[in-house]
Structure formats: C-alpha cells, structure tokens
Design a protein around this ligand. Structure first.
Ligand code: DX5
Ligand code: ZN
Length: 215
C-alpha cells in the first residue's frame, strides 16, 4: 500500500487550519509541504514559519520539499520548524553530499528530488546516503500540471538501482498524480504518492484520499 502525501500547496490558505485538520483526521500518511523561493522555481510559496504552524496541527510526518537555491542556509530553520523529512533538489546542490550530511546531522530524513530532465543515473553514488528520492513528474513550481509519462520509465530504472544496491530508499512521485494514473505509478515501483490538485480540488478530499489509499 502506497504512502499518500497530500500537498498543501493546493489547499485554501485562508483556511489552512481546517485543511490541516481534515488531513490529520484522514487516511493521509504524510503532509507534503512545498517550499519555493522564486529563484530555483518561478513561484514563491511559504517558508519555515508556515511549516511550524502546520507542524502544530498534526503528529503525522511533515515531508518538506525544498525547491530553493542554497538549501544549506535554511536546513536548520526547517528542523526547528518541525520538519521530519527534508528534500533538496539535485539541480540546486553543488555539494549534494554535504547537504545530505547536514540534514542527517540535524536529525531529519534526507531526500533528493530530481527534475523531469535529470536522469536517475546521477543518483548512483548518493543513493546509499539518502532516505528517499522524489522523482518530479512535472516541472516544479506549480500544482495542477499534467503527469509527464516518461516518469514511469524513470521509476522503474530507479527501483532497479535501489534493489541492485540492496538499499531501503523510498521512491516518491510528485506532480500530476491522479486516481487514474496512481495504479501504474505504484506498479512501476513508487512508495509515496504526492497529490495536490487531485485531493484539494475534489468535491470530497477525505474520500479522494481514501480512494488513493485503496489503490
Ligand atoms: C510542484 C510541487 C508539487 C505539487 C503537486 O512543484 O512540488 O508537490 O504541489 O501538485 P499536483 O498534485 O497538483 O501536481
Ligand atoms: Zn512537492
């Protein structure tokens, strides 16, 4: 059964508490929190302060996805805000190994996200040091985009790499996940499904989470 991680990027920010409480009561496993800086991606979302407010609404895992440049400058602030997982982008880290060590030393699980154009092979020598890979199935920056089909191939390749090295790294898929493509994504080898629009733009988000969970 896949881990379901609704992305609060698609929530109504004027009723964030209500949406957080809904997620907390639902079958959602994780809260996926998208941090954007307007530099690495062409959009700005929220920072540690909002993460801390969200943290205080739930005991569930807060899975923070940093779409920012120089993530090393903010890792400590996100730890203080209560992040459980901290994921940085491969494309934003010149010294990725150092970034990963910093995240782990701060006591968080470490993830690496890759953009749609980045092949999974580049992770070969960092896989053993991380807890999860976030495979972007849209170009990061906005919710509500369409799933890029080539991602399925990348998931299968990554799963093989993880198995070859006998590792326990989780594969998270982020972007354009729907009730229609979730089965194919899980069958390819995904462990965690992020879903923003599919959950929050549906008539009944709790029921949609149930449906995702039962796929
Ligand atoms: C995209 C974000 C995603 C996004 C997913 O930049 O990283 O987490 O919110 O949203 P949907 O599921 O609507 O594509
Ligand atoms: Zn995300």
């Amino acid at each position: 059964m896949a881990i379901i991680a609704p992305s609060l990027l698609s929530a109504n920010f004027l009723q964030l508490q209500k949406d957080c409480e809904m997620l907390d009561r639902s079958q959602a496993d994780w809260f996926h929190l998208d941090v954007m800086d307007g530099r690495f991606v062409p959009n700005i979302s929220f920072g540690p302060m909002v993460v801390e407010f969200i943290r205080n609404t739930t005991k569930k895992c807060c899975d923070v996805h940093l779409m920012i440049e120089e993530p090393e400058k903010y890792a400590e602030a996100f730890k203080k805000a209560g992040a459980d997982n901290l994921t940085v982008h491969y494309e934003a880290c010149r010294h990725l190994h150092r970034n990963i060590q910093q995240i782990k030393q701060l006591g968080m699980k470490a993830g690496v996200a890759i953009n749609p154009h980045t092949p999974v092979d580049v992770l070969k020598d960092i896989l053993k040091d991380i807890d999860l890979v976030c495979v972007m199935s849209v170009n990061p920056g906005f919710g509500g985009q369409s799933f890029i089909p080539h991602t399925i191939h990348k998931i299968k390749q990554l799963k093989e790499m993880i198995n070859e090295q006998l590792l326990n790294v989780q594969i998270e898929i982020d972007g354009g996940v729907t009730l229609d493509n979730a089965r194919t994504i899980i069958d390819a080898g995904a462990d965690i499904l992020v879903a923003g629009n599919t959950v929050f733009k549906s008539a009944n988000p709790t029921a949609t989470i149930d449906a995702l969970k039962s796929i």
